[in-house]
Write a protein that binds this ligand. Structure first.
Ligand SMILES: NC(=O)c1ccc(N[C@@H]2CC[C@@H](O)C2)nc1
Length: 257
């Protein structure tokens, strides 16, 4: 398939809980991408870059206040090692810090990050990291949403999963079509599988018709109706094509009826 000729995308993670990332490397789409050699994931633990007996990675905040802040030096050394790996072979790499102060991640952002080459993701803990690391080593700060997490690891895994799905070959041929409707910026249509009748509820007839054009249009109409109903803000931001505009008018007529 020619995919094997493409160098694997490298994603380096910096975290004091490296075992968490088994969720990426051992399951699902990302797990298969790793096995297929499309993706390489490796973690550097700042604790391995400490020199004291207690392997200290945090300290009290200047200015006082609750909690602890991650020390710059172990992060500096871990990030530098991670970046060297991500840039091996002349590949380009972006260093990213996950925090609520970052740019909100959406599918456009995922596409941008996917095109940026290899990635180094820094997952912090405690109250955060020494700001001088953000100022000197971080290319972009990103957030997966307006809520506070105990660590950046889950946010980093969300980002890796979304980016991995865009690696050619990661989804396999059967799902790429699904991806198209989604990449259009619309919400997804309803899905059904066997049995045809389940606890008195049946599957929409059109899906059993075998008429692929009718099914495509029904799915698009459903996606448009759902998007207008649940996320009109998404619809505002879209350039609809002729067919979509017609379907949307049909939906609005049927709503008024
Ligand atoms: N919404 C998010 O993407 C997000 C990212 C990280 C986070 N928490 C970490 C812990 C300490 C500091 O590194 C930031 N919370 C929320």
């Amino acid at each position: 398939t020619g995919l094997e000729a493409v160098p694997a995308k490298r994603i380096a993670l910096v975290s004091i809980f490296p075992e968490m990332f088994a969720a990426l490397t051992e399951y699902g789409i990302s797990g298969r991408a790793v096995r297929d050699g499309l993706l390489e994931v490796r973690c550097w633990n700042p604790r391995d870059f400490t020199s004291d007996r207690h392997r200290t990675v945090d300290d009290r905040p200047y200015g006082g206040g609750p909690g602890m802040v991650m020390l710059a030096e172990p992060l500096y050394q871990a990030l530098t090692a991670a970046r060297a790996w991500a840039e091996e072979g002349g590949a380009g790499a972006q260093s990213i810090y996950l925090s609520p102060q970052g740019r909100q991640l959406d599918q456009d952002g995922v596409e941008e990050l996917s095109a940026a080459g290899n990635l180094v993701l820094l997952a912090g803990r405690y109250e955060g990291i020494d700001e001088r690391i953000v100022e000197t080593l971080i290319d972009g700060e990103w957030s997966i949403g307006d809520y506070v997490l105990s660590g950046g690891e889950l946010a980093a895994m969300v980002l890796v999963d979304a980016v991995t799905r865009l690696i050619p070959g990661a989804l396999g041929h059967d799902q790429s079509a699904v991806e198209d409707s989604f990449a259009s910026g619309l919400l997804d249509c309803p899905h059904y599988t066997r049995p045809e009748e389940y606890r008195g509820r049946s599957v929409p007839e059109v899906l059993l018709s075998g008429n692929h054009e009718k099914i495509r249009r029904w799915r698009l109409k459903q996606a448009l109706a759902r998007t207008e109903q649940r996320r009109p803000d998404l619809l505002e931001g879209l350039e609809l094509d002729g067919e979509q505009k017609l379907l949307l008018e049909e939906i609005r007529r049927q709503r008024r009826a």
